[in-house]
Every structure is written in structure tokens, then in C-alpha cells.
Design a protein around this ligand. Structure first.
Ligand SMILES: Cc1ncc(COP(=O)(O)O)c(C=O)c1O
Length: 305
């Protein structure tokens, strides 16, 4: 019998599954919603917490603090519960009710902040988390938006998994960009194996980056470059594809009803981007896209009806 010794060992090694898009190429989805916390963010939170413990920044009885669009907070809350840390998560009020309730189910203290257009506004959930961190003794803020270990987790884990699962045949890698850690970290690893691999980041048209610093509101969660992120590696990324609320939400329905993948909004945006590229590929191409979380976390948003 092959068993994991604890929950943390069950993070990663998610399935890579063929998606039968109309294309001469092979298109695969990396099902990150099958991580124990339900998203890609289990990987980043695990690496950041383990590194903080190793460096002595986080001690027994300490408090984990994080600003999150939901999933990074859920991963932090899950790992904190398992390891016995107190957890405080700040979120924007715009995130789904399901994600907010999941955070509370893990015992995290949830601080809801007004949605802002830029991550570093004084009212934002990121700024609030920094304030709480400064005021809380023996606390560690994971700081996903600025901590290079976020991208480092995907360089060390997600990239090698994709490389091995495709037996080195991957030609295109496509992932949503929020902090940019997922697309840049795994993208860098893949490019080091074969510099011809195309790395495609998916952003929203209303984000700070896409609008040349003039952001507008959007509905999607877990995607959108809302600040000057040091984690977005523009040397590694070959192309950005933009997916609007309407593009991504329409794709959510198609993916659930025609293909059987019940995915979250950032994955809908990624699937939209992959569907744009698919007809241009050749039979020797292998495109891997990342499905960051599940549609079950957004059912009350009525994206699927
Ligand atoms: C479901 C989902 N997909 C994609 C992302 C974006 O990942 P990254 O912050 O690594 O760019 C996030 C970030 O929270 C997410 O929750």
C-alpha cells in the first residue's frame, strides 16, 4: 500500500488530462483543483511556509498572515491548521462566498476589505495584511505578491511535473497571471529544458498591466496583474493573451457542459486563451494549460447557469 505520511505530501503530482479541443495538436490540462486545498496555491503556500520555518522567521505558536484572492489564503489556512499556527487572511469583498466560508471552515480569521483597482492602495487587502503583520508579534506574512519563493515553488515542482508528464514533448505552456508566479516559475523551468517552448500568460483586459496603469473593475478572480509585480518574468513570457469577463465566463459553461471540466474563472480565461491558439498549432505541438481551481468554489456567482 502506498500512503502519504501527511497532507502536505499529497500536494502536487496532479493529473495531466487530454482536452479534446478542435486542433491538430495535443492539448492537456493540469488539474490543479485536485490539490488537497483545491487549488494551485497549495504549492506556493507550502514552499513559503517551509522556507519561513527553515529560516526561523516562523516559530511554534506563531501566526500566519496573508493577503489573498482566496486560494492562497485557503492553502495557508489548511497548512496552518495542520501545523498548529494561528491564521489571519485578508481578502477583497469581491471573492466568492464559498472561498470565504472555506477559509473560516479551516479556522482562519477572515478580514474582508473593500475591492480596490490597485493592490497597493491604502484600503486594499494587501495593505491591510501588512498592517496586521506589523502589529502582530511572532507573525509571518507569506506575501505571495512579492515573495520570490512563490515563483520558486512552481520552478521546483510544477515545471518538472509538466516536463516529465509530457515526456519532454511540451511545446506551449499557458497559465493565468495574478502575481505571475505560476506562469513565470514553471515557464522558466520549461524554457531551461527547451528554449523553444512558448510561455503564454493570460491576463484580463482591465488589469493594471493591460491598461497601462489605468485599471478598471472586472469580475474574474485569481487572475489579473494589478500591480508592478516582481514575479512576472517578462524574459520568460513570450505572449500575453487577454480574456475578458465575458470570454472567460462563456468558456466556463462550454468546459463544464461539453467537456466535463468544472473549472473556476481563471481557468475559464486560460481555456479561452488555449482555444484561441489551438487552431494555429501543428500536429507536433503539445499545449499544457493550468486549471488553477474548481468551479465548485464559485457556484453562488451563477457563472454556470
Ligand atoms: C485559481 C487561480 N488561478 C491562477 C492564479 C494566479 O496565479 P499566480 O498568482 O501564480 O499568478 C490564482 C491566484 O490566486 C488562482 O487562485
Amino acid at each position: 500500500m502506498k500512503c502519504y505520511k501527511n497532507l502536505l505530501q499529497a500536494i502536487g503530482n496532479t493529473p495531466l488530462v487530454r482536452v479534446p479541443f478542435d486542433s491538430p495538436a495535443k492539448i492537456y490540462a493540469k488539474l490543479e483543483y485536485l490539490n488537497p486545498g483545491g487549488s494551485i496555491k497549495d504549492r506556493a503556500a507550502l514552499f513559503m511556509i517551509q522556507e519561513a520555518e527553515r529560516l526561523g522567521l516562523l516559530k511554534p505558536g506563531g501566526t500566519l498572515i496573508e493577503a489573498s484572492s482566496g486560494n492562497q489564503g485557503i492553502a495557508t489556512a489548511m497548512i496552518g491548521a495542520m501545523k498548529g499556527y494561528k491564521v489571519i487572511i485578508t481578502v477583497s469583498e469581491k471573492i466568492s462566498e464559498e472561498k470565504q466560508k472555506t477559509l473560516q471552515a479551516y479556522g482562519a480569521q477572515l478580514i474582508r476589505c473593500k475591492p480596490t483597482l490597485h493592490l497597493q492602495e491604502p484600503e486594499s487587502y494587501h495593505t491591510k495584511a501588512l498592517e496586521i503583520h506589523r502589529a502582530t508579534p511572532n507573525s509571518f506574512m507569506l506575501n505571495q505578491y512579492f515573495n520570490p519563493t512563490n515563483a520558486g515553488a512552481h520552478y521546483a515542482m510544477l515545471g518538472p511535473e509538466i516536463w516529465h508528464q509530457t515526456e519532454g514533448t511540451v511545446t506551449h505552456y499557458c497559465a493565468a497571471a495574478g502575481s505571475g508566479g505560476t506562469v513565470s516559475g514553471a515557464g522558466k523551468y520549461l524554457k531551461e529544458q527547451n528554449n523553444k517552448i512558448k510561455v503564454i500568460a493570460v491576463d484580463v483586459p482591465n488589469s493594471y498591466r493591460s491598461t497601462d496603469k489605468n485599471p478598471q473593475p472586472y469580475k474574474l478572480e485569481g487572475i489579473g496583474v494589478d500591480y508592478d509585480t516582481p514575479l512576472l518574468d517578462t524574459q520568460t513570457i513570450d505572449d500575453f493573451i487577454l480574456a475578458s469577463d465575458d470570454n472567460a465566463i462563456a468558456m466556463l459553461k462550454t468546459m463544464a457542459r461539453h467537456y466535463g471540466f468544472l473549472i473556476g474563472p481563471s481557468s475559464g480565461a486560460v481555456a479561452y486563451a488555449a482555444a484561441q491558439i489551438a487552431p494555429t498549432l501543428t500536429k507536433n505541438d503539445v499545449l499544457v494549460m493550468v486549471f488553477g481551481d474548481s468551479g465548485r468554489a464559485y457556484l453562488t456567482k451563477n457563472f454556470y447557469s
